[in-house]
Structure formats: structure tokens, C-alpha cells
Design a protein around this ligand. Sequence first.
Ligand code: ADP
Length: 322
Amino acid sequence: MKKIAVLTSGGDSPGMNAAIRAVVRKALYHNIEVYGVYQGYLGLINDDIRKLELGSVGDIIQRGGTFLYSARCPEFKEKEVRQKGIENLRKRGIEGLVVIGGDGSYRGAQRISEECKEIQTIGIPGTIDNDINGTDFTIGFDTALNTIIESVDKIRDTASSHARTFIIEVMGRDCGDLALWSGLAVGAETIILPETETDIKDIAEKIQHGIDRGKKHSIIIVAEGCMTGDMCASELTKYINVDARVSVLGHIQRGGSPTGADRVLASRLGGYAVELLLNGETAKGVGIKDNRLVATNFDDIFKTSERQINQRMLGLTEELSI
Ligand code: ADP
């Protein structure tokens, strides 16, 4: 292996830059040339591919987003389009491709390794949602979690001054990890997740019970994939007389400087991805399980339904919010 390329694809997440840096520096350390593909698969088919040096990744470990830019490129699902991208790698003699992104991005990488045996592909999980199989944590999750905690702490100050119920809508279409972890960390009364049944009447009774006991405020965390904050507020008023205020945290959850945990995770996974390429591995996603580096075949990442909500943690949040 003499030349590899790296790209970021799909939704961006804090720590992607740290992962790119690790891929580039580790490869250069092993005398491998590295190319950056700009704008994900879009740049791959448009041949927006540039050589990266040690200095190209200087001063980026602390920056959110991705300096390689990310893009959605639905046409990459078509074989003829992918062939153009593969050809752009081939003509430079690139034999390994590291794709930093989510599930969709992994599928693109899997197709490349199926359709061109000379190109090995490795995926690195980059998304704030923590929704990728084959890893306990994705790059960006911890930063987003901390952003939510910081925001809710501020909202809590005003919530307690006015004795109000606040509903905070957080990201997470299919995966409620951000809602669950942040809910536990901010001491939310209720957490509404896409993975579990939601009974608004039960929630309303719990909020009312708290008010009756003299609780100053209530915090409800709702994952966007389950319902919007506004929906939750209007449903609640069907059962109780509550002046619930809604905060939709939105894209601030995707931004910001990556936390220590995300920088370390990104660096470890980036380094490991290059190690796997050097060992001749392909069509695998890297991850961390029980704090150990692991690699899982893309096929297994796609087929398993291993990601489930941590019931024990969910139970604990219930017990702590009585
Ligand atoms: P994420 O990687 O965050 O899940 P997407 O699902 O939007 O984000 O996927 C990112 C990109 O990966 C898409 O824009 C497309 O270029 C590529 N991609 C997604 N699914 C496939 C697929 N089935 N085959 C080939 N490429 C895909």
C-alpha cells in the first residue's frame, strides 16, 4: 500500500477533523501518500482530490466540522456514477479509501470494494447520533451530548425562576441515545425516545404529580424522531393545565469544538483504520467496544439489529426522576 485517500460524507460531526488528521499523520508516518477527497462522494466523482501533507492537517484537531467538507450525493447509488469515482482513485494509484461518515456512507464504501478489488475500504463512524452498529460510540456523540447538557443547564435556570415546564427537542431520528444520555445528565423528569412506547397521559400525570408536590420546574427531553417538542406540548395540554415552553436545540448540536473524549476516539479510530489498510483488510467499519478497538465487516454492520436502547440506563432515569 503506497497511496490512500480519505473523505468525509453524510452529516458532519465534531471530531471528523481529528479523525482525518489521525489518518493522514499515521499514513505519512508509514510513508504512505495521502489524498483528501473534498465534498465526500461528490468530490470523488468530480475528481476533487488533492494530496495532503503533514501541514494540511495542522491546527484542525480542535475544530468542529470537516475541512474536507461533506456532501450528500444520492447519485452515488448508481453503478455507472460510482465507476467514475473508482476511476479517479485508480488513475492516481490509490489502493485504500477511508470513509468517515454514517451508515449511508459505509454503503457507498462497501460498493466500491465490491466493484473494484484493488481498492480496500475502511469506514470510521462519524455522526452525533450514535446510531452505527459495530461501535459503542460514534465520533461527535460526546460533543453533542455536552452541548445539550450546557444548553439545558441554562434553560433550567430560567425554568426554575418561573416554575415552568420546559420541553427540549434534541436530535436523533431513529436513535434516542442523545436524549437518554442528556436526560440522565441533566436530571430530566421525562425522556421521550423513538425506541420506546410513549404514553403522554402517563407523562402528564407525572408532571402534575411533581407540580402538586411543589416541584419548581420540569424538564422533558424529546428525541426529534419520536415527536417534535411542539407536538409534545400540545399533547400535554390535553391532559393538564401546563404552560410548557419548547426549545428546539437544532444544529448547534452538530457544531463546536470536539470534546476530549471525541478527539481521543477520533484519533484512535483514525490510526486504527490505517493499520487495517496496512494489514490488507477491507470492507470493515472500525469502532470501540468496551474501550477496545474493533473492526466489523460492513455486512454485519448492516444486518445486525444490535443497537438497542440501554434499558438499564432508561430504568435508572425513571428511578432518579421520581
Ligand atoms: P450518513 O453517511 O450520515 O448515513 P447518508 O445516508 O446521507 O448519510 O449517506 C451519505 C452518502 O453516502 C450519500 O449521499 C451517498 O452518496 C452515499 N450512499 C448512501 N447510501 C448508499 C448506497 N446504498 N449505495 C451507495 N452509496 C450510498
